[in-house]
Design a binder for this molecule. Structure first.
Ligand SMILES: Cc1cc2nc3c(=O)[nH]c(=O)nc-3n(C[C@H](O)[C@H](O)[C@H](O)COP(=O)(O)O)c2cc1C
Length: 126
């Protein structure tokens, strides 16, 4: 994922400064107007983490239906203390993932990340 992402932006694997610049855009929510923070109950066990991913994807699909775009941001989980200072969640909740939400800038020339071909991700058994 990292190689595809930074490769699409023309950033070399060893260009730590350029990678850090792109990563820092997370803290600006990539210019989006809205940030969503998804918290989980601490007593959820690992199978329920899959439910959370599906929940976030459903939110993202519903956003598309409303003409909005989004970017899931697991990066926010690293700074959960800082986010918690803003959100003040109850103790039994932990930050799972963030998400930037907004309208795509039609003037943006930001390159898309290439998709892996179907044959790379799916095995069809005959
Ligand atoms: C669970 C999850 C967490 C992600 N976390 C981040 C993140 O913290 N920062 C980031 O820039 N992209 C993150 N990504 C990638 C973007 O959300 C997005 O999928 C990627 O930029 C590809 O965009 P596209 O699907 O529109 O091509 C994450 C993706 C997923 C599925």
């Amino acid at each position: 994922m990292g190689a595809r992402r930074y490769g699409a932006l023309g950033i070399a694997a060893d260009d730590a400064q350029a990678r850090a610049r792109v990563r820092a855009e997370n803290w600006n929510c990539f210019g989006a107007s809205t940030a969503l923070f998804c918290y989980l109950d601490r007593d959820m066990s690992t199978p329920q983490w899959a439910d959370s991913g599906m929940f976030l994807q459903t939110v993202m699909l519903l956003l598309r239906a409303e003409g909005l775009h989004s970017c899931t941001q697991i990066a926010w989980a690293e700074y959960h203390h800082t986010v918690n200072e803003l959100i003040s969640p109850p103790n039994e909740r932990m930050l799972f993932c963030g998400m930037s939400v907004g309208y795509a800038n039609p003037a943006s020339t930001h390159p898309s990340i290439p998709r892996a071909p179907l044959t790379e991700t799916v095995t069809f058994l005959e």
